[in-house]
Design a protein around this ligand. Structure first.
Ligand SMILES: NC(=O)c1ccc[n+]([C@@H]2O[C@H](COP(=O)([O-])OP(=O)(O)OC[C@H]3O[C@@H](n4cnc5c(N)ncnc54)[C@H](OP(=O)(O)O)[C@@H]3O)[C@@H](O)[C@H]2O)c1
Length: 301
């Protein structure tokens, strides 16, 4: 089979990667190469594809030799780096992936950064990390096109904390004011926007930066939605910032910096509005929090 383009994807087996790859697989003109630590996971997620449609290169962030050996012949690179501790951040790895890719002839990189990258210089460790990633790629001499997605708070984050407290106590527990907004975005929207960009003509998006807030909701609305979808009453328990920090460090085992930053961002990002024009980029309205919870309600049961 002859394809018009081959797209290389790093970090495409998670929340964003799944909808992204599934959408790209429906395009008969493109072939994909996935960079993954566990090839068997790729097979399990995306099944058997016709010859050449989906190839897997086994590799991680620190040893990029498998990437270097296989990136030639690709026109575009999707780059998502997972950083549980934020401050460690793989800053050099991000730039190295990008430098190698441009040098091998890649014409467009689509990076998953974050909404905090739009905040003031060194405002917090997440902002600092995103800024370092973006400036690392942006400053590569003679680089080609560089598109950045800056999504806000993933709806899939509910699986980490909210789902447990809903399951066990019928509660959402947070330090956020009950009537202030949390800037939610569905990972399906992020994957779909990345897929759109990776299939559009490269010059259409150039060096675009796209913020992504899909459906901002208050904690009051959040528990109303959960109660409606789950068919039982879910309530909101507002705790102090100190209590929230305690829960994250003592019960969830988070480090000081990560827990502190979550408390800080909960208040700092309250009342962000939905991103103007997101429906233009998606070709439809962004997914609502209610639609996401309906689709994923098993995590709360
Ligand atoms: N959660 C939020 O609210 C939020 C907000 C803004 C931005 N972000 C950004 O969004 C990204 C997370 O996206 P996601 O939810 O789709 O992540 P995810 O579901 O955790 O998936 C992470 C992906 O990265 C791969 N990966 C992890 N560690 C790796 C390593 N050492 N070497 C190679 N691959 C590795 C995983 O591959 P395997 O299959 O090998 O595990 C998987 O494909 C991060 O960059 C984060 O900073 C998140």
């Amino acid at each position: 089979m002859v394809y018009e383009e081959r797209i290389f994807l790093v970090g495409a087996t998670g929340n964003i990667g799944k909808p992204l790859v599934q959408k790209l697989l429906t395009n008969p003109k493109v072939a994909l190469t996935l960079y993954a630590r566990t090839p068997a996971k790729v097979q399990e997620l995306y099944g058997d594809q016709s010859e050449g449609k989906l190839e897997v290169v086994q590799g991680g962030y620190d040893n990029q030799k498998p990437f270097k050996d296989s990136i030639a012949g690709h026109t575009r690179l999707f780059l998502l780096i997972q950083t549980p501790g934020f401050q460690e951040g793989h800053i050099h790895n991000v730039r190295n992936f990008a430098e190698t890719a441009y040098a091998a002839g890649v014409q467009q990189i689509v990076l998953i950064s974050g909404f905090c990258s739009s905040m003031p210089w060194r405002n917090n460790i997440v902002a600092n990390l995103g800024y370092s990633w973006e400036s690392g790629i942006d400053s590569i001499p003679n680089r080609k096109n560089f598109v950045t997605l800056r999504p806000a708070f993933f709806m899939s984050n509910q699986a980490l904390g909210d789902a447990l407290s809903v399951k066990n106590y019928n509660k959402i527990i947070d330090s956020q004011e009950i009537d202030s907004f949390k800037p939610w975005i569905s990972p399906d929207d992020i994957g779909e926007l990345a897929a759109n960009i990776l299939q559009d003509p490269i010059e259409k998006h150039g060096d675009a930066v796209y913020e992504m807030v899909g459906d901002p909701r208050t904690p009051k609305e959040h528990v109303e939605i959960l109660s409606r979808v789950l068919g039982r009453e879910i309530v909101y328990e507002k705790v102090s910032e100190e209590q929230s920090y305690e829960i994250m460090t003592k019960q969830a085992g988070m480090s000081h910096l990560v827990a502190y930053t979550f408390v800080f961002l909960t208040a700092q990002l309250a009342n962000e509005r939905a991103t103007p024009g997101l429906s233009i980029l998606l070709g439809r309205q962004p997914e609502t929090l209610e639609q996401w919870i309906e689709k994923n309600k098993s995590i709360f049961l």
